[in-house]
Write a protein that binds this ligand. Structure first.
Ligand code: DAH
Length: 338
């Protein structure tokens, strides 16, 4: 029996020292010291010993149990330390690695230009109005005094949803909606999307306009010219502005407004087709027929209206020469604007 205990002690020492994980060490503990463990099995042999031998063997067994327990304990802390170090090595943070960038988007140049223009008109006391992009023919054309036979009503110039409903081709119907719901005097602008079936270097099927309308007593062409000239100078810097007579069914008299070409400063270039001027908006005194259609008395109130293309303004402000770039969503293009 003494032999067996000695062998067990030696074997235990070896297997404990070779344990590679805490789990393995626990298995060894059960195998040696558990209820059905090897040392317990050997101790059962005590029954066969003489009374003199028993205490001696008892002491030997106890010493062995203690030896094994200590060895297990020591190995246990060794393995714990080792596992901790391995975990730390895995979790190591390399502070020299580049950080993760917080990539922020940029404001789309159309939105940026629209906000910029809105602020200029807000400063002058204009209200911001809104209207639907899917619009009634009655408001997109009829109420604006546009005749049944006008070419802009053709299916080649307008997206029809059905006979009575279109994708609005201009922001001008918002004038009608606004007048139906407000009493003069007022001044408003309406920026928004409009739709026409066109696609080339200077046309996209969706683009943006900003409509303006000011109605009240004694509003004259002189007021109108002053306000628009002033706004255009705020938008484009100190530029020359000229008014050319034109025709729109919903204004009388009507004009188109040009600004001096920002690219060549009036000398003539590709942007302005060698004229030195770039057309920037349509405008005019609101036609009495339009005022009547919304229930105003043209003898009491008058007003002026204007409409301009926002893409055109953005192109001139940022020196962009292809309209389509705005809608291709190439991040390299969009990133250049704040
Ligand atoms: N709606 C016109 C267009 O899309 C632009 C325009 C011209 C608007 C004259 C107006 C205006 O309010 O008075 O071509």
């Amino acid at each position: 029996m003494k032999e067996k205990v000695a062998q067990l002690k030696e074997a235990a020492g070896i297997s404990i020292s070779q344990a590679e994980s805490l789990q393995q060490l626990d298995e060894i503990r059960v195998k040696l010291l558990g209820k059905k463990g090897e040392l317990t099995e050997i101790s059962k042999g005590m029954r066969e010993l003489t009374p003199e031998e028993r205490p001696v063997m008892g002491q030997l067994v106890n010493e062995t149990r203690e030896f094994i327990s200590k060895a297990l304990e020591q190995k246990n802390s060794e393995l714990k330390e080792k596992e901790k170090n391995e975990r730390l090595a895995q979790e190591i943070i390399d502070i020299t690695l580049p950080g993760k960038k917080n990539v922020l988007g940029t404001t789309h140049p159309i939105t940026e230009t629209m906000d910029f223009m809105k602020n200029i008109f807000i400063e002058m006391g204009f209200d911001i109005a809104d209207g639907p992009e899917v619009e009634k023919v009655a408001l997109n054309f009829d109420a604006l005094n546009i005749p049944e036979t006008h070419p802009s009503r053709d299916i080649t110039d307008t997206f029809y949803i059905n006979h009575d409903v279109v994708l609005r081709t201009q922001t001008s119907p918002v004038q009608i909606r606004y007048m139906q719901n407000h009493k003069p005097p007022f001044r408003m602008i309406c920026p928004g999307k409009v739709y026409r079936p066109d696609y080339d270097i200077s046309h996209t099927p969706m683009f943006h306009q900003m409509e303006g309308l000011m109605v009240g007593e004694n509003i004259s062409f002189a007021n109108f010219k002053a306000i628009l000239t002033n706004s255009l100078k705020k938008i484009f810097g100190d530029t020359e502005v000229r008014f050319r007579p034109h025709f729109f069914p919903f204004t009388e008299p009507s004009a188109e407004v040009d600004i001096q070409c920002a690219v060549c400063k009036g000398k003539g270039c590709r942007m302005c087709k060698d004229s030195g001027w770039v057309e920037i908006m349509g405008c005019g005194m609101v036609d009495p027929e339009v005022l009547k259609a919304v229930g105003y008395d043209p003898n009491e109130v008058s007003g002026f209206a204007f409409g301009m293309g926002i893409e055109r303004v953005a192109m001139l402000r940022h020196g962009i020469n292809d309209l389509r770039a705005f809608f291709e969503n190439d991040v390299r293009f969009l990133k250049q604007f704040k």
